[in-house]
Structure formats: structure tokens, C-alpha cells
Design a protein around this ligand. Sequence first.
Ligand code: MGD
Ligand code: MGD
Ligand code: SF4
Ligand code: MO
Length: 750
Amino acid sequence: MTRTVIRTCPLCEATCGLRLELDADDRVVSVRGDEQDVFSAGYLCPKGATIGELEADPDRLTTPRIRRDGQLVEATWQEAYAEVARRLQAVQAAHGHEAVALYLGNPNVHNLSGQLYVRPLAKALQTPNISSASSVDQLPKHVACGYLFGDPLAIPVPDIDRTELLVVLGGNPRVSNGSLMTAPDLPGRLNALRRRGGRLVVVDPVRTRTAERADQHLAIRPGADVWLLLAVIETLASEGLVDPGDHLTDHLDGLEEVLALAAPFTAERVAAACGLHAEEIRGLARELAATPRAVVYGRLGTSTVPFGTVTSWLVDVVNVLTGNLDRPGGAMFPLPAHHRSPRRPFRHARRHSRVRGLPEAIGELPVAGLIDEMTTPGPGQVRALITVAGNPVLSTPEGARLDAALADLDLVIAVDPYVTATTRHADVLLPPPAILQRPHYDLAFTALAVRNVANHSPAAVPLAEGQPDEWEILLTLAAIALGQQPPVDVEVADAFVLQQAVAGVVADPGARLATRDPDEVVAALAGRRGPERLLDLLLRAGPYGDGFGTHPDGLSLAALEAQPHGVDLGPLTPRVPGVLATASGRIELAPAAIVADLERVARHLDAVDATAATASDPGDRRPLVLVGRRHLRTNNSWSHNLPGLAKGQQLCTLQLHPEDAAVRGVVDGGQAVVRSAAGSVTAEVEVTDRLRPGVVSLPHGFGHDLEGVELSVARARGGANANVLSSRSEVDAVSGNAVLNGIEVQVAPA
Ligand SMILES: Nc1nc2c(c(=O)[nH]1)N[C@H]1C(S)=C(S)[C@@H](COP(=O)(O)OP(=O)(O)OC[C@H]3O[C@@H](n4cnc5c(=O)[nH]c(N)nc54)[C@H](O)[C@@H]3O)O[C@H]1N2
Ligand SMILES: Nc1nc2c(c(=O)[nH]1)N[C@H]1C(S)=C(S)[C@@H](COP(=O)(O)OP(=O)(O)OC[C@H]3O[C@@H](n4cnc5c(=O)[nH]c(N)nc54)[C@H](O)[C@@H]3O)O[C@H]1N2
Ligand code: SF4
Ligand SMILES: [Mo]
């Protein structure tokens, strides 16, 4: 006897619907794409297909661990919480609240508990030292959109199903399945674009899977997109092609300023630095101007670079100048079903990190500064770290140094289902429930989706006796951080969280709940608890909500539960000016804080010109430039333990061009030492002409063969930790985001 469970895959941003068969013991016996899903229509990738393997992974923890005599031994939840209280409160008492740092990893964004209960924990800790995977990823986009539109979460996405020209910079959606662009079945959507006569242009130093199936591939030099985009703007301006469109005329500030700023960056001036021909750059600008529905989209390769914020900003500036912002087929703002707090005009750099003065953004400090906060003595030194769903030893700069710094901390607490390179340092390790044991709704990704959709998955498998859900773990940590002793009454803590949420919603004139009596709202939510109660509130108060009776046909959690394949709320619609939260109420096309970095952009161009001049010498021994990559069958650092995904293959290879390999005497299948200013690793060599000469590629998330890691499959293949090579001092100046692409390295046979 099996039963069918329909739910959304939480493993990447594509939010595909899954159709699972579970046996009588709740084991997954088969996984298919849900053909009735309103958004994914049956699409499934190899990662989604292994969800059963993930749930059944013998290395996945279900029991807490605490450190006793140097060993991580199993403990009860009571013992684990008691240990947290004893040791966390001791650090707080001895060194102050700021001595405790919090690092939030990527899976928090794919998890309702992480989305709704991490913030109460962060608040309760009363520490400035909060960082997340955002600052090794998309932070520059938040900062750019914060300045442009006043709201760091107002990120326009390519209207991929209606565009006629998609220009992808530094993204590989055929492998990543999309990022800051939630669209299940991107391979199918890209095929459809070309079938209807549209064009795909890919700008990437590597001929990726996306690039090889594009109409045009521009093999740019790493880090050069900033100059490319400035030259596109210069071309639009000098050839009279600027036309933001009537719909934006009354909502735009700074247009003339942007055009003036781009004037020095002609295509001819930047071509060598970009490694492209001037005519290719001008051609791109002309094509963008001439195509009625076109959109530029930048992803990781435009973000984790020295000018990440400027580049992310320029992407949307080009969309504005070509009339493609907020228009069908261009870059559009989704309108998700849940209520979002009204945004005050974006503020940035409200405080700075203690040691290096890195700026705060979206309430966090860049993780590139964390090692310094841990290792630099003085008042405010970090002595304890809590990680929730993160593996910073493998995902953040100078991973090996972070690893050493973690060993010296007074306390490490981790909420994570695995003993990883990072969590092997934990003094207390608290495992969250499995994916099928928790409800799922994509608060983050419905706000980045190329259609407005809503889809809820209730928990499919019950929690074990005494097993806490992840939100209960997070609330318990929060209460302990506030000085309580366990056992913590999570219902009381949760009632407080709800009360705060309701107060925020009824005070928002834009909510479908404004001016209602808070007690009445709380009463109407009775019968649910935890994240589902909060979600019900947000859905009912949201733009499609039932308003607790004012819009009887509107959405509620119950309405979504009745629609397991999701609810389609239609294509994206124009949202300017309503979406804007700037002080002026307009799009601020030339924000001073971003414009200030253009001087550095110009200086770097001069410096790069000098090296570009020698780049064509095939025998030259200039440093190579390292970029990252992803594989269809991996998910950052934590899927490598699934035999079905890994298939026994070494995916962590150093790719380099045949010319570069020959000059250095490294051979396909051999071992090479890769050295940067920050460190060195040894990796297996893969020679391929997919890369631009001078560029080498290594994926991140590997390097599991460290003492104490309990990932039996992943350990066996090890792989090199790419972040031994990235430097914590290389950051995007505006946002503090780490530079992970475009690192100078030397390669030699091992
Ligand atoms: N299968 C799989 N899917 C994933 C993930 C995964 O690990 N595996 N991770 C998920 C996560 S967390 C994210 S953030 C997304 C990322 O999603 P994407 O950004 O689509 O994926 P990446 O493969 O990182 O693509 C970055 C591309 O930028 C190129 N690049 C590097 N430097 C430069 C540069 O200076 N300029 C330009 N133009 N290109 C450059 C690289 O060659 C690479 O092809 O993927 C998500 N999806
Ligand atoms: N060199 C280089 N470095 C990079 C990148 C790159 O392209 N190149 N990409 C960067 C990007 S885009 C990202 S997003 C980061 C990711 O960096 P991180 O978020 O730090 O790392 P992940 O590898 O995603 O690790 C996630 C951890 O969460 C745990 N986990 C999984 N599900 C859950 C859950 O439901 N609850 C809890 N509590 N834990 C869970 C996993 O066991 C794993 O230990 O890496 C960044 N680092
Ligand atoms: S594309 Fe992403 S969401 Fe879809 S099945 Fe694969 S991992 Fe899951
Ligand atoms: Mo990411």
C-alpha cells in the first residue's frame, strides 16, 4: 500500500511540484514531477528526483549531539537545550551579547521555519554580528534595488515567457534552474523562447550548457560586465536609442546623470578589457533597443565580483533605458500572495563591522568580515557562533582560516541535519526535521517568480514523539538567548511572535486587514500554530487575501490546502509606481552611493588594460583567473552525500583550456595545485575548450574529507574547497559582498 503526496520541491529556487509515493513506513518509493502543478506542469530535475534518498540518508541526524570529552555524542533534546542555556548564557554574561554571532545559510530561504522564525532569534540575540549566505551571493542585487526602487526586496525578474530577447550575464539557468528568477523548467522555457523566434544571448567566460544552446555567446573576461554594461549605455546614448517608455516618464529621476556617467566608457574603450569586439558590444545595445520586448538578467557571475553592486544596478539601468522595466516581456516585479510589511525608504550602512568597517546591508554584516570578528581581540570580539542551515567553512572566503577560527571559539551551536565541515565544530548540534515532516510555502521565491502563484504543502509525515519542528528549535534558542531556562514554553513564545505580526499587519493601510481589531484577528487564526498560523495571516492580509471576510473569494491557507497543485494568479502585471519605496517616490536611476564607486570602476579599467595587452600571448604565464560553476546534480555543499546524485563521479575538477594546460604541463585526469593569494588546493584536472583561455573553473561546496565530518559518501570523494582560494579582503566595495569569481590563481602539476 502506498499513498500519494503532492508537494513543492524545496531544493532550489524553481519550486517544482512533486508527486511522491510513500509506503506504509512513510518511505518515499517514487518521485515524479506533478503534471497538474499550475507552475511546473510535471517538470523534475535529477536533484528533485532524489528527495527520497535525502530523506533516507543514514548520515542525516535525527538526534541532537553535544560535545563530551571532544566527541560529538548523542543527547536528548532536554540535555541539548540545557547545554545551550548553560554555555550560551555564560558567553553572553562574560563577553556581552555582541560576542555571539549568527550565520544563516541558504536553505533558510527554502524553509518556512527559517523564513518566519530566524528573525525572532536574531532579535533575541541582540547582536550586530548577523551574517548570511546573502553576502556570498545576491547582496549586491538587494543593495542596487534598494537604492533604485527604495526596497531591497523589489527585485525585477525577466518575464521569460513573453520576452523576445533574453540576455543572461553570469548565470547558467540550464544547470542552476534559475536564481532570482523562479521558473520551473527553465530548459523548456528557454527552448520555447527560441521556438517562438526569440533570441537568447549569454555573456559568460565559459561556454556553459546555457551558452551552448544560445543564439549568441559572448565569452567575456571575468569581472568585466561592469564595463560592458556601461558601454551598452554609452552606445544607447550616443546612437540616440534611449527610450524608457511613456509608462516610466513620470517616475524617473537621474536619467541624464546616468547617461553622462557612461559617456567615457565607449565600446572601443572597454573592448580589450572585456575581451570582446567593440562591434559585439554596440550590436548588443542596438539589439536591445530594437527588440520590442527584451530583458537583461544578471546572476551570480555579476554579483560575486569586485563591482557587484554597480553591475547589478547597471543591469536594471539598461532595462529602464531600453523601455523594458515594468513592461510585459521585460523585467517585471512579481506580486506574491502573502502580505509584505510596508517598506520605508531603503537605508544602508547604518552601522559597520567592528574590525574592518564593512557596511551593514539588509540588517546584516558581510560574512567576509566574520573571521576578523572572531580572531581580532578587543571589546566586542566574537566568541560564539550559531549557524542555522549553513556551511560557511565550504561556502565563504578563506574557508580553511574560518575552520581554524571556529576551533578556537568558546562555543559553536548549529541547527543542521548533518555533521559537516562546519558543524563538526559544534558543541551542540540540533537537527531539524526532514523535508516531508514540515509544511512548505515559498515566501521568498513566490516574490521572484515569473508568474504570480501560490502553493502550499502541508507536512506529509508526522514528527516523531518528542521531536521538535525547526521553528520550535529556533524559538527555544531565542528564549534562551533572552535569559530563559529550558524547558521553554514555545506556545507562549509563538503567541508573542503572532501578536507582533498581527500588530504590524493591522497597522498597514495597504493590507486587506487594516484597522481590524488585533484580538479578533488572533482569534480567527485559532486552530493553527507555528509557521502555518503566521502564513494564514499573511495570505489573508495579502493582495489576493480573503481579508478575514471582506473578500470572501480571496485566499487563505485553507483555500491553498484545497488546491494541492497550486493556484495560478496570472502573469506579472506592471507595478510602478506602487512598488516604489524611495523617498522621492520615483526610480532613483543615479543613486549617489552607487555612483560614487564609478571612479574605482574607471581606475580598474586602466589597470586591466595593461594586462589585457599581453593576454593574447599563448605562451604567457600570467596568473589565470578562477571562476565557479554548478553541476545539475549538486546543491551547494550538502547534496554530495547522495549516491544517486554523485554517481561515483568526481565532480570537483579544475577545468582549464587546452592551451593553458599545455603551457603549464598539467594533463587531463592528473592532479594540479591551484594557488591564490589566500591559499592553495589540489584538484583533479579536466581539460576543456569550454573555457575562455586564461580562465579556470572550480565548483564550490567540496572539501568534505576533514577530520570528524560524518558524510560517508561525500567524504570518500572529498574534492577541493574552492573557498580556500577566495580572499576575505576581496569584497564589492558598496555592499561588502565577497568576491568569489575572478580570483587570480597559479596552476602547476601536483
Ligand atoms: N544544480 C544546482 N543548482 C543550483 C545550485 C547548485 O549548487 N546546483 N545552487 C543554487 C544557488 S544557491 C544559486 S545562488 C544559484 C546560482 O545560479 P546561477 O547564477 O545561474 O549559477 P552559476 O552556475 O553560479 O552561474 C554563474 C555563471 O557566471 C559565470 N561567471 C563567472 N564570472 C563571471 C563574470 O565575471 N562575468 C560573467 N558574465 N559571468 C561570469 C560562470 O562561468 C557561471 O557560468 O543556483 C542555484 N541552483
Ligand atoms: N567559491 C564559491 N563559493 C560560494 C559560491 C560560489 O559560487 N563559489 N556560491 C555561494 C552561494 S550562491 C551560496 S547560496 C552559498 C551557500 O552557502 P551556505 O548556505 O553556507 O551552505 P550550503 O552549502 O547551502 O549549506 C547548507 C547547510 O544547511 C543544511 N540544511 C539543509 N536543509 C536544512 C534545513 O531544512 N534546516 C537546517 N537547519 N539546515 C539545513 C545542510 O545540511 C548544510 O549543512 O555558498 C556560496 N559560496
Ligand atoms: S529544478 Fe529545483 S525545484 Fe525543480 S525538481 Fe529540481 S531541485 Fe527541485
Ligand atoms: Mo546562492
